[in-house]
Write a protein that binds this ligand. Structure first.
Ligand SMILES: [Zn+2]
Length: 459
């Protein structure tokens, strides 16, 4: 065997460590019965509570103030009910005590090999240190999706984003390293240059936000290029919910002639939920973390009900995150999925943010749920905006949406009536609809701004 063959085989078998026909990345944990998964969770959570209590001043203080010691938690139910939650602000505060990482870390700084930080778009950035162990673990959940979507070490990934402090794409990079495939960087280039590279380098996988994926396809059309004729066969979307929403996903798949997959991650916690290969949403990577879904009063919600995703990581051991409030609204299911996984399914991915929730006549409506319903009306595009104002008694909502290009304006009033009827029947409340001409709404290069909340902020 030549050195070249050997190298290629090493890439395929040693780095990925699996036979190419194997269905799951890790069948043992991905298909583990719920009872066994929960037993495993409880063992790991007990060990994690002890680790954090002994090593991290922030947790020691928090649990002591709550009158709790790790041994007091004797079941998963105890963990869900009694362990205090933490928030981004707790990390910011703990890091301010003794910068850069302060009271929130478990290891001495000799162990840290990387530091990232959150964007700071919702306040002061949180610094995210990684040990080598945490870094490797941080990337692996991506490999679950890559593998089960059919991506193998002979594929090549094009990363259409500026490499920087944004931890999410770095974790995807580490996921590709786990798989043993090729990384092609699109950092430091204009969108046009990226499109030229995609033509030239012939990557088979595109990693980008859903908004940017669509933007690239529109720009390509202007440049006389057809993205459905490139070698891209898989699109991995992250950074915002789009690919979990049927209308948006279909538009992405049509534009690129490829399958599009959603993935859900949180910089401080990890790539917690790789997309379902059958596109039902995202599965919590249950060998790397645990989720408690809570209502607004902090009570655990039942399966299939919408609540806030509160997560605990088994992989971030440098700066442990235990019952971390994500403010993401999710609908969790625990039945075995059609893809074969027993792991918790976030149906449709992230449905919205707790602070975006709209209340109309006592009914809670989530912005992403409205985006979902657009796909129920034929001839509507994925370009939309949601405007919320405070009326005398209720929140008032208007959906502004563009039809697909080529739909005659004679049909606009039918589209308006059809969408209004769908929204009323599925949400139970009246939502106004405006149909705009194609090209009216702004296009975005990275994340789209679609939710415009003009309600007075609570003080
Ligand atoms: Zn699934």
């Amino acid at each position: 065997m030549s050195i070249l063959e050997l190298d290629s085989r090493r890439q395929q078998s040693l780095l990925s460590g699996r036979s190419r026909s194997q269905k799951f990345w890790n069948e043992f944990t991905e298909t583990m019965p719920r009872e066994q998964l929960d037993e495993l969770h409880f063992k790991r959570l007990k060990a994690l509570l002890r680790y954090a209590y002994d090593r991290v001043p922030m947790y020691n203080r928090l649990y002591s103030e709550a009158g709790m010691e790790p041994e007091d938690i004797r079941s998963l139910d105890d963990f869900n009910r009694y362990v205090p939650t933490i928030d981004k602000q707790d990390l910011v505060k703990a890091q301010s005590v003794n910068p850069p990482w302060g009271d929130s870390v478990a290891l001495s700084r000799d162990f840290y090999i990387y530091n990232f930080q959150t964007s700071g778009s919702t306040g002061i950035p949180v610094r995210i240190p990684f040990s080598m162990h945490s870094q490797l673990q941080y990337g692996e959940p991506w490999a679950y999706l890559f593998w089960e979507a059919g991506i193998r070490s002979h594929d090549s990934f094009y990363f259409a984003f500026p490499w920087g402090m944004y931890a999410g794409f770095w974790s995807a990079y580490w996921g590709v390293r786990c798989l043993g495939a090729t990384v092609l960087s699109g950092g430091g280039l204009s969108s046009e240059e990226r499109l030229r590279q995609i033509q030239l380098l012939k990557p088979t996988v595109l990693v980008a936000t859903p908004t940017y994926t669509l933007y690239l396809a529109e720009l390509a059309k202007d440049l006389g290029m057809d993205t459905s004729k490139t070698f891209i066969r898989y699109i991995i979307n992250t950074g915002e919910p789009g690919a979990g929403i049927p209308t948006t996903r279909k538009a992405i798949e049509h534009a690129w002639g490829a399958k599009a997959y959603d993935s859900y991650g949180i910089a401080e916690v990890g790539a917690i939920a790789p997309g379902c290969p059958d596109q039902h949403g995202c599965h919590l990577s249950e060998d790397q973390g645990y989720a408690t879904i809570l209502d607004s009063s902090g009570m655990v919600v039942g399966a299939g009900e919408v609540g806030e995703n509160v997560v605990t990581s088994y992989s971030q051991m440098a700066q442990p995150v235990i019952k971390y409030r994500t403010h993401d609204l999710v609908r969790a299911h625990y039945d075995v999925c059609s893809c074969g996984r027993t792991w918790l399914l976030y149906e449709g991915g992230v449905l919205g943010r707790t602070d975006d929730m709209i209340t109309i006549k006592g009914t809670n409506v989530y912005p992403a749920a409205i985006e979902y319903l657009l796909s129920d009306v034929h001839d509507l595009s994925f370009h939309y905006e949601l405007h919320v104002t405070q009326g005398r008694l209720n929140d008032e909502v208007t959906v502004k949406v563009e039809p697909l290009a080529g739909v005659h304006s004679d049909h606009y009033s039918r589209l308006q009536k059809d969408l209004q009827a769908v929204l009323k029947s599925k949400t139970g409340v009246k939502i106004d609809v405006e149909i705009l001409s194609p090209g009216t709404l702004p296009r975005y290069e990275l994340k789209a701004k679609r939710f415009f909340d003009k309600r007075p902020k609570a003080v």
